[in-house]
Design a protein around this ligand. Structure first.
Ligand SMILES: Cc1cc2nc3c(=O)[nH]c(=O)nc-3n(C[C@H](O)[C@H](O)[C@H](O)COP(=O)(O)O)c2cc1C
Length: 408
């Protein structure tokens, strides 16, 4: 049994939130509720009291309850904002505390899970202010039960209606069985592309599917994920922060900024980084800078390449958290076991990586499973993953830090 604080805000979907509260109580949880003034326009305090057996808190300045904004927050194992209005999301992202809901959300202890289940008109949901607020909140560690698509109470269709009560209750129960330690992860994904001229690029075949699957797994498990992905690669699920790159130089700059600016517990470096950058393009004896104009299709250019440095080698030294764990990826094609071992060891050399995920392109049938092995720093296989989706859970197990205080 867990102690769950449900904050209701002023949406017509408050009636569905009552069903969420009811189901949580029926599943044996202790539930207390906070309702904003607007929420009480949609649902009576008596209903919430009858469902929970607890008084509903609404006033910041109620007599005898002056410290409820701290007390209720500290009491809860999990805080759920359901339904979350556009107004609440925006003021929460701005850190405003002008009522009880705002004050206790500003006092939220981010070591504890916080779930938001938005409900609003589709235009309100897609408004840049709301999108930015949600991204910010997720970046701080809030979990999102994304709103559903369909007809909203205001008569417009689109994304914005509160997720079904069962979906929200399931998300709550999933959080409650999750490890309470939250990893902060930086995942790179997709391939770099170097411009030859203004329309052509030198790139690789990476789709970013593995990086996206990893980001989805860790975000869904409640970990904080910053996905640094190629513009052409699969996007992140809604609960991840994203930074985009095209070229090696852009990826390099994004890594420098993120690793130097924040504490990450682990970097999962799944991006397919080009080994070479284009120094110059030679056409008919004339040397041009790469990325300019459009080359004549009749004359084959000569590309002068230079070797890019290995980004993997510098991840640890660039990282603000010196104890960061590094996961590298190695793709081979039809290599025998000795060559695979040598390729994996080359990444582990000098302590650049703690783990290497190795897969062999030849082991993959057309669109069938893509098996991978995870090697540890000692050069032994510690996990065998039958497919891409198994890599996330296996890495999560390996990356979970011992139960000491998170580094700040
Ligand atoms: C009938 C009606 C339905 C509303 N439904 C929603 C809604 O679903 N989502 C939302 O963001 N705002 C909705 N609003 C507007 C909010 O109630 C309003 O922005 C309010 O200030 C929210 O306050 P709160 O976030 O402090 O609860 C609705 C307003 C009315 C009158």
């Amino acid at each position: 049994m867990s102690q769950i604080l449900v904050i209701l805000t002023g949406s017509i979907a408050c009636y569905k939130a009552c069903e969420v509260v009811s189901q949580l109580v029926q599943r044996g949880h202790r539930v207390r509720t906070v309702a904003t003034k607007s929420a009480l326009q949609f649902v009576g305090a008596t209903t919430l009291e009858a469902l929970t057996g607890e008084k509903v808190a609404s006033e910041l300045f109620a007599e005898g309850e002056a410290l409820d904004h701290i007390g209720l927050e500290r009491w809860a194992d999990l805080v759920v904002v359901c339904p979350a209005t556009a107004h609440l999301l925006n003021r929460m992202a701005a850190g405003l505390a002008d009522d009880l809901a705002g004050a206790l959300l500003l006092a939220h202890d981010w070591k504890k899970p916080l779930l938001i289940a938005p409900a609003m008109n589709p235009m309100m949901w897609s408004h840049p202010a709301t999108m930015a607020a949600v991204e910010k909140l997720c970046g701080w560690g809030a979990r999102l039960v994304a709103p559903g698509n369909g007809r909203t109470a205001c008569g417009e269709a689109g994304e914005g209606r509160l997720a079904e009560p069962k979906v929200i209750v399931d998300a709550i129960e999933a959080i409650l069985v999750q490890p309470l330690r939250r990893l902060r992860l930086l995942i790179t994904s997709g391939g770099t592309a170097e411009p030859i001229d203004g329309v052509r690029v030198l790139t690789n075949t990476s789709t970013g599917a593995t990086g996206a699957a990893l980001a989805a797994h860790f975000a869904q498990r409640g970990h904080g994920v910053a996905l640094v992905r190629a513009r052409s690669a699969q996007p992140a699920p809604a609960a991840c922060r994203e930074a985009l790159f095209t070229t090696f130089a852009e990826l390099d700059a994004q890594l420098g900024q993120l690793l130097g600016g924040e504490n990450f517990d682990a970097v999962i470096h799944a991006a397919a980084v080009g080994d070479f950058a284009i120094d110059a393009v030679e056409v008919g004896g004339v040397v041009r800078a790469p990325g300019e104009g459009k080359l004549d299709s009749d004359i084959a250019p000569t590309l002068r390449l230079r070797k890019n440095p290995k980004l993997l080698d510098a991840l640890r030294t660039r990282s603000r958290n010196p104890a960061v764990k590094v996961v590298a990826f190695k793709l081979t094609r039809g290599a025998d076991s000795e060559r695979v071992r040598a390729a994996v060891r080359s990444l582990l050399r000098g302590g650049a990586a703690d783990y290497v995920v190795h897969n062999d392109l030849a082991a993959r049938a057309d669109s069938g499973p893509f098996p991978a092995d995870i090697w540890d720093a000692a050069g032994s296989i510690v996990e065998r993953c039958p497919d891409r989706d198994a890599i996330g859970p296996a890495l999560e197990k390996l990356l979970m830090l011992p139960a000491d205080e998170p580094k700040e």
